[in-house]
Design a protein around this ligand. Sequence first.
Ligand code: GTQ
Ligand code: FE2
Length: 329
Amino acid sequence: MTTTRFEDADPELHAFYGDVAAADLQPLWTQHELMPRQPSLGAVPYHWPFTDVEPLMARAGQLVGTDRGGDRRVLAMSNPGLGGEPYATPTLWAAMQYLNPGESAPPHRHSPAALRFVLAGEGVSTLVDGEEVAMCPGDLVLTPSMRWHEHRNDAVEPMVWFDGLDIPLARSLDAVFFEPGPMLAPSGRPPATMRHPWAETDEALRSTTVHRFVADDGRSDVMPTMRCQMHRLAAGTSTTDRAHVGSSVFVVFRGDGSVAITGGRRGDVEAPLRPGDVVAVPSWVEVTWTADDQLDLFEMSDAPVIEALQLDRTAVETPVGTTGSRGDA
Ligand code: GTQ
Ligand code: FE2
């Protein structure tokens, strides 16, 4: 018997629960967290200021070589609602990666899909399936599932960029494979658009406030598990996103302002925003973004998965926070 045994004052019921547990069964009527009234378990709204993250990245750059500590020098955003897991939301891995001049992160491939959003610096390239892809500020660089990749910094300055992957989703589906290099010749697969240069994104944002990055067919999301969008808020404006199913991670590219998130599991969050800041937006919370200066926000979300599973819903009114109405169990 490894399952939970439920107790009861009635000796007959108590004995029954013992026999049920011995058979590795659990009664539905003893499960209280199985189906909450609304998405409210797990991840909390959260903000990681770049002023906290950057110095720690620099220290990692001194202390941990790319030959040590698992090849890639990465610090992952760990959502305090997820019990110490290194995940920003239940489906998304969000991290910062740091590469010193002359360093490289060795070739490998894996089933989780990855994206890089470049915050600053230049001279780093990533090789995807043997093709060299430049990484410049504002660029979105894709490493779809099972593509070989390695990163190199041939410049004179260290470089930091944002990594987004679907690791927690792939793990929860028990679909993770990893293979170390050496990287072989180009795979001969049809070339996907690996790089979405900032100049194109910036151009698109002249006529819209939200630019969705699309695959080569001009319609689909860039990867099956992650939607990527760039938002531009004019200085002095504010916008509110209604609560909806699914989670996102936002990264501030340029500008400053603030974010207010209501309806979260442990109360509301309000934070100032500066370039490089990361914000986790869990399922079913309302978010208000305010731009003091023109604010450019990169967003990755699990929306393609939510939509494919037909779980998408949007609230018609502001959700009521669950704080105080339930424990943290
Ligand atoms: O750069 O290949 O943040 O494999 C996590 C896993 C980055 C990478 C991460 C990875 C990478
Ligand atoms: Fe990787």
